[in-house]
Design a protein around this ligand. Structure first.
Ligand code: HDE
Length: 702
């Protein structure tokens, strides 16, 4: 008897067979063939029903197609990264500006205009794979350069310092930051006892805490954040001369972050906010760019600088050693397959090429062990280097063999060296090969001991320098972030201990946080291991606000429209935005759109609760009086404008939005961040938006 399901599957089969006609004999389903096959290449006749003994009888074990399909599905997941689990990658290239052969023989810097393919993966650190993009956290910024002399991985973060000074503390800081082991939460936030317990007991983390409590930890998107190699590395030229270097990535579009209340709401409205942003930018041809900057210095500077250049909790202010921009990185291609590329990419800090070398930074030394080890666990085979995303793009030949999933296998008898075969197989090359930098100054010796260098003991001076380098609004955000996070700690002694540490950074900061926590008296300051230097000069380069963009390009405006809205204003806004490379999305009561004043129907991109204002860099309300009165009755529309106000966004308007502003309680609050598009041109509005936010409002509303 033929069941309806049978008939449907026969029809489907016929349709597929129809599409498959004329296909090549050896095509596979994955490789573009039209017929569905098993892994063995056997064409599948029915992918809808398991093989059964009788219409309502049991499934039979001989159904090899079913078993293969489920077996493979059962093994789809690989362990997520123990840190940086949530990430997003893209392809591009690095283009060198001028030859740097005087300081390094590294291939990407050999000549002007040389392009080196790259793959970049951005990530959050403490969050699990399924969390949200906008958690307060450090962002990973890992770049794999496929150079002509092998792969170079620059595995950095969007902050130039780290929590700890010695790799042996890494499992501790990560355990403390991630979900607590008994309850399995909180995920994706450091606002809990374990994290603050640990860091309040580890004064060396204070500088990093300033960074993660700042707006750097909630970037607007990957496109608007800086990247840092963190450690001091070495560049080595063809004569074997070494120069110290710190690597920087500078976003061409300028830096930008969101505000905390906005971040929390974005996490609900669009957990994929950052990855969607990167995908959209690349697929619409707005390729994000960063410039690679180098801070170059020698032993003499290292000796005279006030902090140890091997200490990863310290920076070298750009005002002291300027950042020399040596090339640009363009991301111009999204992945074809997220798993194959973004998930399977294996960065290793040990991947360096001739011309780039390590220093004795104890964190870097520990990382060089960890990354290789972790890839084996995650990817399951020492042959993870055979995966296309990890394999070098230059010729390579090793004498390693076999192992799980060996995919690049040499032919012939030679698998050892020395040998007397002809041809002899791959041989070492003392000239072209990687040689570890070794000169007189890099000779280390001494008794084996577990100790922290004396020169790493100052934990507060640069934390203070970071704080005093921020604008008043940015300082307010740092105070609010400490207050928010510490208010989530159940144990009051943790809050107190943290405040005792903050007193060594800045009294005003400690006092303001204490006030925010409702703590009447400040605890005694923690005794510092070394008396902090109180008069380090501020470094304006540390502030996001002081280094704003020169245009609003790459940003997104949300236009809330109603029936009867002024069509001419909408057209002018769209035209000007396009000119300035700003994206416009229309938000309407229904996604079907609205009928604007000239009678035309305009489709919307979002309906109001799908397009809250937190998803946009600035907003415009184009409303007729009736339209605004209807919006006034909708909580989501009121939130749209009141959130835009609270997040200090520029708010353009035209027509008669008064009923909506009134209902949202904004009528008496309209400040210079509100701009009438009946009176001002869209060009003027966008020029104002270049300031990104109307920050004076922040000081009024806190
Ligand atoms: Fe990592 N880190 N890390 N880290 N790290 C990993 O390697 C580790 C540190 C960074 O997109 C792991 O492939 C140790 C600093 C990025 O795939 C692991 C220490 C910086 C990524 C690991 C550090 C980073 C990782 C986990 C202390 C900024 C993601 C999965 C000594 C300079 C790369 C993996 C990607 C990933 C170890 C500290 C950056 C476990 C032991 C400092 C961007 O090997």
């Amino acid at each position: 008897m033929t069941t309806p399901d049978d008939r449907r599957s026969v029809q489907l089969g016929e349709q597929r067979a129809e599409r498959g006609r004329g296909g090549e004999t050896h095509q596979t389903a994955v490789g573009g063939g039209q017929r569905l096959t098993t892994q063995q290449g056997v064409v599948v006749s029915d992918d809808q029903n398991t093989l059964r003994a009788g219409e309502r009888g049991p499934s039979v074990l001989e159904d090899f197609h079913f078993r293969e399909k489920i077996f493979h599905f059962d093994h789809e997941r690989i362990p997520e990264r123990v840190v940086h689990a949530r990430g997003y990658g893209a392809h591009g290239y690095f283009e060198n500006y001028e030859p740097l052969t005087d300081i390094t023989r590294a291939d990407p810097f050999g000549e002007a205009g040389r392009r080196t393919p790259v793959f970049v993966r951005f990530s959050t650190v403490a969050e699990n794979k399924g969390s949200t993009d906008l958690a307060r956290d450090v962002r990973g910024f890992a770049v794999k350069f496929y150079t002509r002399e092998g792969n170079w991985d620059l595995v950095g973060n969007n902050m130039p310092v780290f929590f700890i000074q010695d790799a042996i503390k890494f499992p501790d800081v990560i355990h403390a930051a991630k979900q607590e082991p008994d309850r399995g939460f909180p995920q994706a936030q450091t606002a809990h006892d374990n994290f603050w317990d640990f860091v309040s007991l580890m004064p060396e983390s204070t500088h990093m805490l300033m960074w993660i409590m700042s707006d750097r930890a909630i970037p607007r998107s990957f496109r608007f954040m800086e990247g840092f190699g963190v450690h001091t590395f070495r560049l080595v030229n063809a004569d074997g001369r070494s120069t110290f270097v710190k690597f920087h990535w500078k976003p061409k579009l300028g830096m930008q972050s969101v505000v905390w209340n906005e971040a929390m709401k974005i996490s609900g409205a669009d957990p994929d906010f950052h990855r969607r942003d990167l995908w959209d930018a690349i697929t619409t041809g707005s390729f994000p760019e960063w410039e690679l900057g180098l801070q170059l210095f020698d032993e003499e500077f290292a000796d005279r600088f006030g902090f140890d250049v091997l200490d990863p909790t310290k920076i070298i202010p750009e005002e002291e050693v300027p950042v020399r921009r040596v090339g640009r990185m363009v991301l111009n291609r999204v992945v074809d397959n997220f798993f194959a590329e973004t998930e399977q990419v294996a960065f290793c800090t040990q991947n360096v090429i001739p011309g780039i070398d390590f220093t004795n930074d104890p964190l870097l030394q520990g990382r060089n062990f960890s990354y290789l080890d972790t890839q084996l666990k995650r990817l399951g085979s020492p042959n993870f280097t055979h995966l296309p995303i990890n394999a070098p793009k230059c010729p390579f030949a090793t004498l390693q063999q076999d192992g799980h999933m060996a995919m690049i296998n040499p032919a012939g008898r030679v698998n050892y060296e020395p040998n007397s075969w002809d041809p002899p197989g791959p041989r070492e090359d003392p000239q072209a090969g990687f040689r570890t930098f070794a000169d007189g100054q890099a000779t280390e010796a001494g008794p084996k001991r577990r100790l922290r260098p004396e020169s790493f003991a100052d934990h507060y001076s640069q934390a203070r320098q970071f704080f005093i380098s921020q604008t008043e609004v940015e300082q307010r955000h740092i105070i609010d972030a400490f207050t928010f996070e510490l208010s989530k700690c159940d144990r009051t002694e943790i809050r107190t201990r943290m405040l005792a540490g903050l007193r060594n950074v800045d009294e005003d900061l400690a006092r303001a946080v204490a006030q925010g926590l409702g703590l009447r008296e400040l605890p005694e300051p923690l005794p510092p291991a070394m008396e902090p230097v109180r008069d380090l000069a501020p470094s304006p380069k540390l502030s996001i606000a002081k280094n704003g963009p020169s245009s609003f390009a790459g940003r997104k405006i949300g236009v809330l429209v109603t029936d009867g809205a002024d069509a001419a204003v909408l057209d002018r806004v769209r035209a000007e935005a396009e000119q300035q490379q700003v994206t416009v999305e229309l938000i309407a009561p229904t996604v079907g759109g609205v009928e604007v004043g000239n009678g035309n129907r305009v489709p919307a991109d979002q309906k109001i609760d799908g397009g809250p204002s937190v998803l946009y860099d600035a907003v415009i309300v184009l409303a007729s009086k009736d339209g605004a009165s209807q919006l006034a009755t909708k909580p989501t529309a009121r939130d749209f404008v009141s959130d835009a106000y609270a997040h200090c966004k520029f708010i353009g308007y035209a027509g008669d939005p008064a009923p909506l502003f009134e209902a949202a309680g904004l009528s008496s609050l309209m400040d210079e961040g509100f701009i009438s598009l009946d009176e001002r041109s869209p060009a003027e509005f966008l020029t104002r938006c270049t300031q990104l936010r109307f920050w004076p409002r922040q000081l009024v509303i806190t």
